[in-house]
Design a protein. Sequence first.
Length: 239
Amino acid sequence: MANILVVDDEMGIRELLNEILSDEGHVVYSAENAQQARTVRDQLQPDLVLLDIWMPDTDGVTLLKEWSKDNKLTMPVVMMSGHATIDTAVEATRIGACNFLEKPIALQKLLKTVNQALERVLPKDDVFKGNSNVIKEYSTTMLVSTSDKSSALDSSRQSIDGEFVSPSGADAELSPGHFDLPLREARDIFEKAYFEYHLKKTGGSMTKVSEYTGLERTHLYRKLKALGIDVRKAGNNGS
């Protein structure tokens, strides 16, 4: 299972790729423009990005150049387009893209390209050993709203409007011991705490949580159900 960011201004493409990749067991985040893509990339550190070339605000090649310049190409990027020329594909590859998908995207071609791209990603254990800041940045950015991220992570607490609160449910707390668990189990614990936090913060508003996380509502409902989260209880907890 991998975290995959799909960046495309066409809702139909986003929903289609979301459905296919979710069925393969991946967690899919969506962005309809470059600004949303920047936010999701910085906050979630996806394992792979599927990036459309032609977008209305900032095109995919320009965004790819930006990430390359800012040393943010820490994940493989696959470009997508139905109108790109060979020169555009070559330029994207030169900048740092690992592959190119031509629209309309064939199912088998998509899955093969995604699997090949994910093979380029270092195993999570190796990444964490090589850069201890990865865990800290991933956890604190998503769980904490405070200027002192390090101390907030140590206390495993969150800040809502300046007041520190714990995640709902004792087993939702993150602790150093959780990093000794298999990746999937640790990720489930983190994601459960993350979604419960935002459901509580928004009063259980699925619309707001969907907009913030970049998940389509249908996939968000499935994700919460898989994590065993009761939307009503999570939204009302502590209120």
